[in-house]
Design a protein around this ligand. Sequence first.
Ligand SMILES: C[S@@+](CC[C@H](N)C(=O)[O-])C[C@H]1O[C@@H](n2cnc3c(N)ncnc32)[C@H](O)[C@@H]1O
Length: 300
Amino acid sequence: MDMRRDPAPAPAAQEAPPSRAQAIAQVAAYLNDSGVEATQAQDDARALLRAAAGLSRLELAMSPQAPISDEEADRLSRLAARRAAREPVSRILGERGFWTLDLVVSPHVLDPRADTETLVETTLALVDKSDAPLAILDLGAGSGAITCALLSELPMAHAVAVDLSPFACAATAENLARCGLSDRATVVRGRWGESLAGPFDVIVSNPPYVRAGDIPALDPEVRLYDPALALDGGRDGLACYREIVSDLSRLLKPDGLVAFEVGCDQAVSVASLLGAKGFAIARVGRDAGGHERVVAARPA
Ligand SMILES: C[S@@+](CC[C@H](N)C(=O)[O-])C[C@H]1O[C@@H](n2cnc3c(N)ncnc32)[C@H](O)[C@@H]1O
């Protein structure tokens, strides 16, 4: 897609450069033709134009009719071509807003999702101790999104963030530093909690939960760009929950809280795994679409 004017127009018929609003509309139509859903295509086109032109949200909102330069048009064309190949905007730009934070999204970690804010929200509602020196454990930290969000809201808390992937450990450390939270967190490379002693006040986890057989049918943005280690939950999607739940009583304080993100149809199964290990469900959290996406429990 070439957003520029004719490179050598006849003087009398010089074509006006497109305005920011026109460029957004053109890119949105191009992305929509490439398979990106219409509303998403609009949002993505706006984000790419802002990146190409170095504009804040406010600057774009104040002057949507300003023309774009040829250099901006070139940059926008390149960014749009990547998005049309279904690379997510957060990966193209290398960052994503999560909770109140701007996080770096490195290529080899899960792109943190808005859905995961439900896990943060549910956990904060249940701990309700913003001035307590809580010990938090985040199993499968990825970009460190959950750890960073919880620490940003709980100023006396300390967290241990664990991931099997060295890329995820590096990304978590980078985001902790970016958010000014490194002094209250320890990043550990390992398999779930196996190298840790605990006990922790709060254990949170968004483990891989996609059924292995469902992975080939995921959207290209997920299938091609999120790492398999972050997605694959085994044959029934529950393998990681089983592993983590079997070690919870060792790692969690008797009055502690565990909170899991779950796939759309997994809340009942995860609640029953927890029930079988002596946990009582404290809350089931719903995402913006009303789906049960978080199961929180305490030792019964
Ligand atoms: C669904 S991602 C969640 C990432 C991040 N917490 C978030 O919510 O955006 C799951 C994470 O678990 C990690 N993981 C997978 N198997 C693991 C294991 N056995 N032990 C520790 N971490 C593991 C993956 O590397 C990945 O970063």
